[in-house]
Design a binder for this molecule. Sequence first.
Ligand code: CUA
Length: 360
Amino acid sequence: MGEDTRRGPVTGRTWVMLAVVVLVASAFGIAFGLAIDWFPAQGATIAKDIDTFWDVLLIVSVPIFVLVTVVALYSVWRWRMKPGEENLDGPPIHGSTRLEVIWTAVPTLIIAALCAYATVLLLDIQESPAKGTRVVNVSGQQFAWTFETTVDGKKVATNRLVLPEGEEVEFKINTKDVLHSFWIPEWRLKVDAVPGITTSYSLTPSKRGRFQVVCAELCGLGHAYMRQYVSVVDRAGFAAWVKQVSGGAPAGGGDDDAGGGAKPDGKQLFASGNPQTGVTACGSCHTLAAAGTSSQTGPSLDETLKGVDASKIREGIVDPGKELAKGFQNIMPGNYAQTLTPQELDALVTFIDESVNGGK
Ligand code: CUA
């Protein structure tokens, strides 16, 4: 290729060729982008609209990316320096008003249109909930979520969120300490928990199953452990759950004794937690010979609680950060005071005290 061609203007044929490359590459890029499963299964009614919005963003941005890349690569190739041209300067450029107007106006229009679409969508999915919608107070805390809701006229705080499929629910989200973020990927829901502010959000779960509730804001040493579950169940399942948690049913069931049910089993609670309320097992982090647990995430209770009296054991459960065992930093959830029933807490303290100190 002679120097004249390389310095000369871009010919009509070249323009056509570049346009074809941009069109073909864009078509491939869009097809490829749409084929990728970016998000988990849609678990709430709003998920469909949000995913459509994502597809629109993809369809609009891929051609822009391709256009910029093709122009840049072609220019690098066509106007590259050849040996002997080291000291040559390029031709002076005086700018092009028409071109500048176009490349300012077009992106402005695109961004404005996408903003309008996003705003309409946001207003649509943030519509205030109907009267009588179930309210769940979501409280973030280092390092656990507590879900508080009123069932049968009684407030129940749990570590696990259980909701009926197809019924709208309103979340009121707050935090007891630092910033957290309430995220359920299947619901396309992510709301920050901000100190001093209660944020709210409502949606309708549309898919049954067990989904992870994740904290999406780095909130301290135990951030990665701040993961719980939401179970979306049918109406009968929800009614059964309400009955279990509002009756104070102990870990491992117990019969439908009116008022309170059987006494909770401290050993079982320690080793397995309470699957109904989602209270996690002490034994998943702590070693305690009498319960047959051997995890070393937290201090071994056989060692650290030797000679410690029952009131201090209780304090260690409800206020875990207060006194720390040597060599440990606190990542234990701070919500046991709310998510354990008083009977469960008593049973745990008695069991641990008897196991380590013979109950003396
Ligand atoms: Cu709470 Cu991260």
